[in-house]
Design a protein around this ligand. Sequence first.
Ligand SMILES: Nc1ncnc2c1ncn2[C@@H]1O[C@H](COP(=O)(O)OP(=O)(O)OP(=O)(O)O)[C@@H](O)[C@H]1O
Ligand SMILES: [Mg+2]
Length: 248
Amino acid sequence: MSLLVLDDVKVHYGGVRAVDGVSFSVEPGQLCGMVGPNGSGKTTTINAITRTAKLTSGRITFDGTDIANVPPFKLRRIGLVRTFQGIRLIPDLTVRDNIRLAAEQHGHKRRKSRAGAVTPDAFSEALIERFGLSDVKNERPGALPYGTQRRVEIVRALSTSPKLLLLDEPVAGMNHAERADIANVLKELHAEGLSMLIIEHDLRMLLNLSDHLVVLNFGKLLAEGEPHATASLPDVQRAYLGGSIERD
Ligand SMILES: Nc1ncnc2c1ncn2[C@@H]1O[C@H](COP(=O)(O)OP(=O)(O)OP(=O)(O)O)[C@@H](O)[C@H]1O
Ligand SMILES: [Mg+2]
């Protein structure tokens, strides 16, 4: 069974067809990349999945459940977690508290029943160490380099033990070294079996990481399939040349 299924999803804002009949699936353990020119509907697709945007029509199923039946605040509890295109950490909390709060609010019960004695504190500390944030865990996010803040966001999302992680441009605004660093983190998570849907303008990175690529254009699915083959399709190349997908 597919983990996530979008079936003819439409999100219209008045006359703006932000997402206009998109269907695709994410399989368990898959790292699905999503690309498309600016304004092609990528973020709105994730907004529809997380119910930040209201569906005009269509159906989205996550782990066998129609998400229309799940209140938005319960999505984390069923394992659906996202990051945003802009950073949204709590500025007055330290890195550690940002992560711990998420772990306490959303992940603890499930983890406790699965792993017995693991407390949110211990779980957060382990993630902080693993993702190289020990040196900055007592700092406030605003004091940190942009790349580090994005890393904190990813770790915060992970602290809720997601089944599917949705990442909206995780390396936007990062320098080359920071990008490589995040790419390694994503590669590791993928190797461990975490399912991910990643929006990214950095096509080269997605080609290296993904096992499936989805291309949007004007709110519609332009192409999908094996990443390299899909990126080479004439229609996709045309969208690149005519549009604004950065090739890095
Ligand atoms: N809340 C909204 N109200 C009206 N129009 C919207 C809203 N959200 C998005 N749109 C429009 O829908 C279209 C798709 O936007 P979206 O943000 O999904 O694109 P995107 O592919 O994520 O672009 P980018 O690469 O620039 O992040 C755009 O034309 C945008 O202006
Ligand atoms: Mg976007």
